[in-house]
Design a protein around this ligand. Structure first.
Ligand code: G3H
Ligand code: 13P
Ligand code: ZN
Length: 322
């Protein structure tokens, strides 16, 4: 099968009470790890490329690697998506260059400007058979060059979603309900301590999600900033020379619940970064004489695969949904 759009994926996910994982890709090992997991578990998957990934790895290299992943996994629905497109020109370049889905993220602009830019991208994308994700509300954290300080984020206003979707014609909508980008999603003072001494972050705003769902019945919702920051990897990074005190993510059970509702796409990047960095740090500390990149990239690729398989089984619920 060739690359697909997310249209059928989302329709099936909505009806089936699961979500499709959207994983950020930057190099060959990440693409292989993700697609090996999807292939073995017969799960649909979205490979997403940020502006930063595109300037790091180059559009042609990334699309050719994705083409190889599609050839190696002919039964698996794979979509190629632009993550956080910030201009019409960037979206157009990805649409012209073979992507099947783009995000136009004008969420930091005033409502009317967000509508105008999103609509412009939708018109071009739909004319070329490509689907569009848009965003309303602002997440805290860092995405490409945009930094939103914790406390400056704003939840999506459910009273705006119907007008936004009907005026733009977008195909899915990212909303802000308390997730954020990166590995430091919550300050310790926002969290409570459970009986095992583990910090528990504040719950996501399911009331906002439910209100958006009521106003947009059957419409696919997207959650960004959905890494859970596994503490085993934070510990490994800190044990082997890293310094990431207080890294904390979104509890997986909350994401599982969101996937059962109207959330059809869940974005995960930081967890892959953490898994790779932890495993590479450990490998090099234990094998100080090794210098062949294949030696440490092999366990790193396996860690990506294990991480993605875990998400598909325990968070997304997307196993055997091709
Ligand atoms: O939301 C941002 C993604 O994690 C991509 O990050 O812009 O550093 O590639 P990046
Ligand atoms: P995380 O930083 O939580 O992995 O979020 C990734 C993301 O939303 C990419 O768009
Ligand atoms: Zn994001």
């Amino acid at each position: 099968m060739a690359l697909v759009t997310t249209k059928d994926m989302f329709a099936k996910a909505y009806d089936g009470g699961y979500a499709v994982g959207a994983f950020n890709v930057n190099n060959m090992e990440i693409i292989q790890g993700i697609c090996d997991a999807a292939g073995e578990l017969r799960s649909p998957v979205i490979l997403q490329v940020s502006k930063g990934a595109r300037s790091y790895a180059n559009h042609t290299y990334l699309t050719k690697l994705v083409e190889a992943a599609v050839a190696e996994n002919p039964d698996i629905p794979i979509a190629l998506h632009l993550d956080h497109g910030d201009s019409f020109e960037l979206c157009k370049s990805c649409i012209d260059g073979g992507f099947t889905s783009v995000m136009i993220d004008a969420s930091s602009k005033p409502f009317e400007e967000n509508i105008a830019l999103t609509k412009q991208v939708v018109e071009y994308a739909h004319a070329h058979g490509v689907v569009v994700e848009a965003e309303l509300g602002t997440l805290a954290g860092i995405e490409d060059e945009v930094v939103v300080e914790a406390g400056q984020e704003s939840y999506t206003r459910p009273e705006e979603v119907e007008e936004f979707v009907s005026r733009t014609g977008c195909d899915s909508l990212a909303i802000a309900i308390g997730t954020s980008h990166g590995a430091f999603k919550f300050k310790p003072e926002q969290c409570t301590m459970n009986e095992d001494g583990i910090l528990v972050p504040p719950p996501l705003r399911f009331d906002v999600l439910e209100e958006c769902t009521k106003r947009l019945p059957g419409f696919p919702i997207v959650l960004h900033g959905s890494s859970s920051v596994p503490q085993e990897f934070v510990k490994m990074i800190n044990e082997y020379g890293g310094d990431m005190p207080g890294a904390i993510g979104v509890p997986e059970d909350q994401l599982r619940h969101a996937a059962e509702l109207s959330v059809c796409k869940i974005n995960i990047d930081s967890d892959i970064r953490l898994a790779m960095s932890a495993v590479i740090r450990k490998y090099l500390a234990e094998n100080p004489g090794h210098f062949d990149p294949r030696q440490y990239l092999k366990p790193a690729r396996q860690a990506v695969k294990d991480m993605v398989a875990h998400k598909m089984k325990n968070v997304l619920g997307s196993v055997d949904k091709i």
